[in-house]
Ligand binder design. Sequence first.
Ligand SMILES: [Zn+2]
Length: 334
Amino acid sequence: MLGFFSSPTLVHHDTGPAHPERPDRLRAIHRALRASKLLSSPDPFPEFDLDLGLMPDYSATPLTELAPNPADESLPLLVHTPAMIEKMKTAISHGQAHLDPDTPVSPRSWEMALLSLGCVIDATAAVVSGKCRRALAASRPPGHHAEPDRAMGFCLLSNVAIAARHAQRHHGVGKVAIVDFDVHHGNGTQAAFDDDPSVLFISLHQHPRTCYPGTGYEWEIGVGKGVGTTLNIPMNPGGDDADYLREIDQKVLPKLNDYKPELLILSAGFDAHTDDPLAGMNASEDGFASITQRLTQAANTLCNGRVVSALEGGYNLRALARSFAKHANALAIT
Ligand SMILES: [Zn+2]
């Protein structure tokens, strides 16, 4: 069973109508999951207008909707500094408009950051407790750019990093692997586990010379005891599905096989899609399904199929929504 954690409330992290990381991303995903029959509950956003084109029928493998709880206020401290959290809460409560030039906030953004984090933590808990074989979180704000001491790049809390740490501390999980296929380098997740060999972090992303945030070079391999448990795979702009699958087959899968994680978490961004406005890669919706299938097959072999997927980027609404549905189906059927 594939558990699905999301909440329509998450539209209340209001980044303004012109921002790429906008509430309509959530509306688009909810629409696509119903158009593809992965969900049969009423669409929480019936007024939302989006032409998705023809959608596949995935009614044979529906998602199981589960209600997320907001994360407890103490959980961000598993990764973030108390000073960073205080600064963010103060900025939001004082009506500050931005945490950094790319990262707008609104009055309910702290509450929404905890709920977004809660979706990823609950998805992870559902998998490690055996309640679900796999789980998928569609939540925002995203997390992989948020570093231990600062919010950045549309990200408030380092959702996946906190969920990984929570699984270790509260569910007795040992080694965790995180594979981040968002088009941007997952600098925040990397920073959280730079010197920690108990978490393997692998990021495939557009080359840092050509893309935000300008980190994620091959020579970033971890520090101290963590040397060797960070793997960065920068991709040249214009790379397509075949390039992604080649890098996964030649670099990612061997690394996962050597590491033997007990849990695989995906930082699932869909901004490597050819139609995405923020980057220059040429992945397709079927490509995301194939990437998902490869990684899930590895989890079937290595860690009893335990995969958690958490939404990161993806900024063309139609491409995001269609890709997300294919990703969900690949998680369900592999
Ligand atoms: Zn991204």
